[in-house]
Design a protein around this ligand. Sequence first.
Ligand SMILES: [Zn+2]
Ligand SMILES: [Zn+2]
Length: 392
Amino acid sequence: MAIQNRIADFHADMTAWRHHIHENPEVAFEETQTSAFVAGKLSEFGIEVHRGLAGTGVVGVLQGEGRDTGKTIGLRADMDALPMQEENTFAHASKVAGKMHACGHDGHTTMLLGAARYLAETRNFSGTVNFIFQPAEEGAGGGKRMVEEGLFDRFPCDMVFGMHNWPELPPGKMGVRSGPVMAGADRFEITIQGRGGHAAQPHLGVDPVVVAAQLVVAAQTLVSRGLSPVECGVVSITRIHAGTAFNIIPNEVKLAGTVRALTPEIRQQLEDGLRNLVRTLPPVFGATGELVYHLGYPPTINHADPTVIAAAVAAKVAGAENVLGDMGPSMGAEDFAYMLNARPGSYVWLGQGGSALGCSLHNPRYDFNDDVLPMGASYWATLVETVLPRAA
Ligand SMILES: [Zn+2]
Ligand SMILES: [Zn+2]
């Protein structure tokens, strides 16, 4: 088997759906038209539709034709676009100023719809498939909200699977790996409080700029000296605001940045380390420090057994030689992490190509590669027929 033939038959339909979604991008939690489109298609295919989870979320529920084994699976796609201006000029470019599908979620939604159509026509499996269309993947945590609002209580899933297109991987290839695949991403703000005064009389005050400079350098040791050289993490201070003039020492400095880590342990270590530095370093200079730390998406960590299944299915669809098991993890983040923290599962990358031409994720000239729609949909369909084989 490779691409499911029946899915290849409606490649043109999928391309049209993808272009429709691309033309009408909606950002986090505003996916009303997109979710109505998804719900309409699922109903058209004869799939039971549930709306309203996390606001604009949609779940389709489909039973196989075989004897019900009680087994269940969840397949997840994200639906949201990004708040950015598209620079493409082709016919299906965004019709909405300042909004664009630059991460390929239009393609993800379409591939899951394609699989839903095929599976509803064939029903050659036993058990229940939950098609999970989530809002707000891009930073706003729609996946988290779906889990919190009872996604897996209302729609039980023994395992849950996700997929993202990957421009650095050529079309026809898939990336599957066990363990961490995407990083946890937190952000923080720091305030260094000193005592301002005349720049010519530094001894009469406490200069928070000098303290902030020490802190920026010291924060780099959390990774370079705190982590084993073969582990990875990121502490980036990306914003420093202070001062109004060349001859005034300001009262305070405000800094902000992000922490990235591939495991919960390293994430915690970096947060603790930053807290400790902000608490203890400024007083050495007579200043005080305050840290506000915001937990973002946790690391996305693939479970071992579901990943073995995902790799076998990818090999069936793409050919074993086209499945990369040794792709390094990405330090980007993904809110599918919340689903993987709640249920066993695996998240794979689908080759998309085009990155050499600037078609990288979140680029204003990005466009999902329609050529890979049948492969992605076939992966979903084959996964269901593999995990939920038809029982007599
Ligand atoms: Zn994105
Ligand atoms: Zn994305």
